[in-house]
Ligand binder design. Sequence first.
Ligand SMILES: [Cu+2]
Length: 150
Amino acid sequence: MPAIRLPRHPFLAAALLLAACTPATDQFTPVEPSRAPAAPAMDFSNAEQRQVNLENYEFQPGELLLNAGQPYRLFLSNPSNSPHTFVSLEFFRAITPHAIDGRPVSSVERIAVAPGQTRVFDFVTGQPGSFPLICTVHEGMGMTGLITVQ
Ligand SMILES: [Cu+2]
């Protein structure tokens, strides 16, 4: 059996490999690797929803309880007159972030919420664990919380 020669262009090679792995159809559908998403887009409109308010100077509720391996849509609202942030680096590393305000994200370090603003964070939880939560602006004033994934 002759060796299969792949084109030098990586996109063409990927397209050929994809085509080879796709069940045969009567019509060849061109693949555009540069536009093909890495994973199918997830619809979070039916995901379980949670709400956390960022107030002066506490998270409400102070503890967020989530289940492992599940999609969530988290609403972060700031009804106060001060800017706040939602930061939990260990939690952000343990989850699979999908989108903030509908815009796809692959990683998250900090979610800032301006006075009067609500941000929408879509993600899938990972393994169980307890993750400290802080507002980086007011941590010194005790604006801390906890995210528990069980
Ligand atoms: Cu704050």
